[in-house]
Design a protein around this ligand. Structure first.
Ligand SMILES: C[S@@+](CC[C@H](N)C(=O)[O-])C[C@H]1O[C@@H](n2cnc3c(N)ncnc32)[C@H](O)[C@@H]1O
Length: 337
């Protein structure tokens, strides 16, 4: 089917541009009407679950204005119509969402939770995975990678995991963020709570910033993933713990349920889910049990009674060595409706 998208940035319908009698300037910048905002909000929501509030219209207009002209349109109406109805709009929709996401992050964010992970969660996971001596952690919505590398340093510091096969997967919907994550070079704002000792230990100073050390980077793998397209999460395989911090807050209820369902599917029984400090599964899912740690509350995918302390036979039954495909039949999931 033919695309309505102009071929070249700046090319538009007949009569467009200053030659056609139109003036371009600060006062003629495209404006996002309430109707177009509502239509755009629906497109974005259907694609990635992000829930744009009515009071975000001005900020959406500001963030997408450049995209409108880069995509070759003159008005938001044309741009939104293209995103809504053109089968070739997928790449532009990805770029638009990339421009709309909030990517705030830094190393060792929510220190109390990382302490709980180091002191209480790692020992649980180490017991559960003792037979395979392999641990996989997934940072879902990792932004520019600081969370992924922070988790990797905690795994490397753990004596219980010495000699294990350790992996930390980072995924995000933003390709721009992932490029920065893979580059692994960071400026001062990423280190706002990093101790000088940790900085010396895990980073190398370069002219362009501080680079994550090779030892840490070796554990970390990044991939592009829209959490609402969970069937693409096969690359992640089964994991022992998932960090999904400060992501659910941007999603609506329907999207949160789908994402949590995906996490339930991807976690080994007994696997642990860590959310941001303002996020919870209240009104989202009852498939997880709450685990009260000294410094934090985390969620656990239920496991057979006594899992983690159980007989090797029970642990083998609960944690298959081979990763089943993501498309595991729903009926085999525990606790999902
Ligand atoms: C505020 S950052 C959180 C980064 C990190 N987890 C932290 O807490 O420091 C939220 C990230 O979620 C990502 N995100 C939002 N919706 C997403 C979706 N549907 N699929 C994948 N990532 C998404 C955004 O691109 C953004 O990088």
């Amino acid at each position: 089917m033919a695309s309505n998208r102009p071929n070249q940035p700046g090319s538009g319908p007949p009569g467009a541009g200053s030659m056609g009698g139109r003036t371009f300037g600060a006062f003629d910048e495209p404006r996002l009407s309430a109707d177009d905002f509502r239509a755009l909000r629906d497109v974005v929501n259907a694609y990635c679950g992000i829930d744009l509030a009515p009071d975000q219209r001005a900020s959406v207009e500001r963030r997408l204005r450049e995209r409108v002209s880069l995509a070759g349109f003159e008005t938001f109406s044309e741009y939104v119509r293209f995103l809504r109805s053109d089968p070739n709009a997928r790449a532009e929709l990805e770029d638009a969402v990339d421009a709309l996401t909030t990517n705030e992050t830094y190393f060792f964010r929510e220190e109390y939770q990382l302490r709980a992970f180091r002191e209480e969660v790692i020992p649980i996971l180490a017991r559960q995975a003792a037979a395979r001596k392999r641990l996989a952690i997934w940072s879902a919505g990792c932004s520019t990678g600081e969370e992924v590398y922070s988790i990797a340093t905690l795994l490397l510091e753990s004596h219980e995991l010495a000699g294990w096969d350790l992996r930390v997967y980072g995924s995000d919907i933003s390709k721009r963020c992932l490029a920065q994550a893979r580059r692994a070079v960071y400026g001062p704002s990423s280190f706002r709570v990093t101790s000088p000792e940790a900085k010396r230990r895990w980073f190398i100073e370069r002219p362009e910033g501080w680079m994550v050390s090779e030892r840490v980077r070796q554990l970390c793998h990044f991939g592009h993933l829209n959490l609402l397209e969970g069937d693409r999460a096969t690359a992640v395989g089964r994991v022992d713990a998932i960090f999904c911090r400060n992501v659910l807050i941007y999603l609506d209820g329907r999207a949160r349920r789908r994402v949590i369902d995906l996490f339930h599917d991807r976690l080994y029984p007994g696997g642990i889910l860590l959310l941001g400090h303002s996020e919870s599964l209240l009104n989202v899912s009852t498939a997880f049990e709450l685990l009260h740690l000294r410094d934090d509350l985390v969620y656990r995918r239920p496991a057979p009674t006594g899992f983690g302390f159980a007989s090797p036979r029970a642990m083998r039954a609960a944690a298959p060595v081979e990763d089943p495909p993501l498309s595991e039949p729903r009926a085999r999931r525990r606790g999902t409706p």
